[in-house]
Structure formats: structure tokens, C-alpha cells
Design a protein around this ligand. Structure first.
Ligand code: NI
Length: 167
């Protein structure tokens, strides 16, 4: 296993639309393991492959209190969503920034597991938010895109300043 480098906003590579995985093989499983290690180490509750510069439709998450319920979704698709709710979000690619975002409160998702088997699941609350946030990454979308241009500009400035001080 290996820790992967996480890209930071406004890196243009975070804007690439990720391609579907056509075969869940050993290389994909290795990537999933490395993504889990990177996510737990960060620490974060979710990570999408484009954040570690791999333009493939793979996300990992763990929203459990004890951090012992890893969930990997390959080629995830939202089949159904209902109700809306606002929750505070952050992102490993936008360090130190937390803002309220409105998303579906409950979703039904279809994906492949790390053995290549298709499955469906329902999610709500934080898990539903996290899955939608990570799927956005696969389409080159970031949670800051839901904010006003003024807020986004302020965040960019803050991150640029942070970068200057941590070289
Ligand atoms: Ni994120």
C-alpha cells in the first residue's frame, strides 16, 4: 500500500471528467487500497480517484464513527434521489474550508464492488452527502462550485496564501 498525493484546488486536473472502469482487475484493487490508506491518513471521510490524479470512476468513503466501515464504489450511478438538505462540507482538495451545501437527503446508488460485482444501496444523511460529493469529483465538479463567485474567490486567495507559506 502507498500514500498518494492529493491534488489541491484550483488544480485543473481536478476538472477532468473521469472515464468508467471497464475491468475491475488487480491494478484497480491496488488503487482502491491506496485510496483508502490515503483517505484514512489525511484524515478524510471520502476520496475520489481524480483527487489522486487518476481519471477513473472510483470513489472510497467511510463515514462511520469508528472508521471501520470502508466502502468502495466503482462506476457509481445515482438511480434515485429524494428531498433536499443542507450540510457543512469540506474536501481534502480544498483544505481548511468548510461551507454549507444543499444536496439530496436520500439516494439510491448502483456501483461495482472491488471484486467487480454489481450492487445497489441506499444512503442517507452524511453518507448520502459524501457519495454525492465524491461522484461530483468524477465529473470534475467541486463543492466550492455550489458557492457564490465571491466566496470562491476568497477561498482561492486563502489557499494560495497557504501554499506560499508551506513551501
Ligand atoms: Ni472532495
Amino acid at each position: 500500500m502507498a500514500l498518494l498525493h492529493i491534488l489541491h484546488y484550483p488544480d485543473p486536473r481536478l476538472r477532468v471528467k473521469a472515464a468508467p472502469v471497464d475491468q475491475v482487475d488487480e491494478a484497480v484493487r491496488r488503487l482502491v487500497d491506496d485510496m483508502f490508506e490515503t483517505m484514512y491518513d489525511a484524515p478524510g471521510i471520502g476520496l475520489a480517484a481524480p483527487q489522486v490524479n487518476v481519471a477513473r470512476r472510483i470513489i472510497v468513503l467511510d463515514v462511520s464513527e469508528k472508521r471501520d466501515e470502508p466502502l468502495a464504489l466503482i462506476n457509481p450511478e445515482i438511480l434515485h434521489q429524494e428531498e433536499r438538505e443542507k450540510m457543512e462540507e469540506g474536501c481534502l482538495s480544498v483544505p481548511g474550508i468548510y461551507e454549507m451545501v444543499e444536496r439530496a437527503a436520500r439516494i439510491r446508488v448502483r456501483a461495482l464492488d472491488p471484486d467487480g460485482r454489481p450492487f445497489e444501496m441506499e444512503a442517507e444523511g452524511l453518507q448520502a452527502v459524501c457519495i454525492q460529493h465524491e461522484i461530483d469529483h468524477l465529473d470534475g465538479r467541486l463543492f466550492v462550485d455550489y458557492l457564490t463567485e465571491m466566496k470562491r474567490r476568497r477561498i482561492r486567495k486563502k489557499l494560495e496564501k497557504l501554499r506560499r507559506h508551506t513551501m
